[in-house]
Design a protein around this ligand. Sequence first.
Ligand SMILES: *Cc1c(COP(=O)(O)O)cnc(C)c1O
Length: 428
Amino acid sequence: MNEPHPITINAGTDRADCLRMDADDPLAPMRDRFHLPESLLYFDGNSLGPLPHGARERLHRTIDQQWGDDLVSSWNEHDWIGLPRAVGAKVAPLIGAEADEVVVCDSVSVNLFKLLAAALRLRPGRRTVLCQADHFPTDLYIAQGLVELLGGDVELRTAPVDGLAEGLADALDESVAVVSLGHVDFRSGRLLDMAALTAAVHDHGALVLWDLSHSAGALPVELGACGADLAVGCGYKFLNGGPGAPSFLYVARRHQEQARNPLAGWLGHRNPFAFSADYEPAPGVDRFVCGTPPILALSALDAALELWQDVDLELVRRKSKMLGDLFLALVVDRCAPWMGPLELACDTDADARGSQVCLRHPQGHAIVRALIEKGVVGDFRAPDILRFGLCPLYLRHVDAWDAVAILREVLETGLYRHERFQQRQKVT
Ligand SMILES: *Cc1c(COP(=O)(O)O)cnc(C)c1O
């Protein structure tokens, strides 16, 4: 955490003030576009975004009319074959990319593999992959697996990324081919300076691979303006594409013709239906598709992305910062007697945060479970982080008020100490 930053919401804020903020909120109408269970305060859209009504309708149509009636002709008739690129084109404006720089396919993990391997080939002679030390586990594991596969020839290095780039600068040298960074940290919510870090990496002649899983749809992202090389991101978090939604993958246009997909599947071939024996990459970003696209999942994500056509990302960012400041101010104010064991675990400067707030408590897991029983859905990240995702398309300011009121109640009554909250579930 950086220097403590004064929280801008004043401590006298009450529930009526929150209701007034909701009445003035230009994003308020977006809430009606989602299916949200009446009794839930949903602060976990950064783990699984809720169901957009449009996605449900689209899935029904895709199943009944396309799969059901039109069957295999749908590949042409409904352009199923073009869906990875069409959905990529809808993601593009959310991440500051051009439509022909993004394709949607596979999971984030698989796309990380593809792009790290491609990056090594784009920087021949350089044999180091550099990852931020506290990167999301899959980002680290995939890099470990790739390095292991390449058998001693390639080295994996990790470095802390504090504040701007201090730790990274020490680890960057002429051997580094690619630097893998998370734009927003999944635990603390820390937001990295994409422009400054990309420039620092380029100064050493390396490429940068950004993981946008916690920033796409949460805040404006400017891959193109920052000069980023490669990126991946998640379809089922802030993009609300549904459980297991495919991931997006970005390759800057200037790298596309040299970049090679190590998973050279037939649908990344220049002419899949020539059924030729030799692989020849498709032009542009299309070569990063591997096998047959999951049409149902892509259709749901495609429909979910339509929501953004009516949304100004600057407004999303402004409201997200407001919700975060409000939540933290209410915790400091209304949970004051329990501060000590309870701590703020994110930056109090909204500009340094993505779209989540975090607290820390030795009994964090039990408290999260108790909150869920009371209808406040956040999540727990080991070892002691209580994480609350802030999704401005459907969360209200009054939801922050009510969530903190319930947190206060859980702490005050000690409800979380009950035995039923002690057991860890498979998914936290
Ligand atoms: C959610 C998330 C992933 C998810 O990877 P999958 O392969 O799609 O399960 C990867 N990286 C980060 C940073 C994430 O937050």
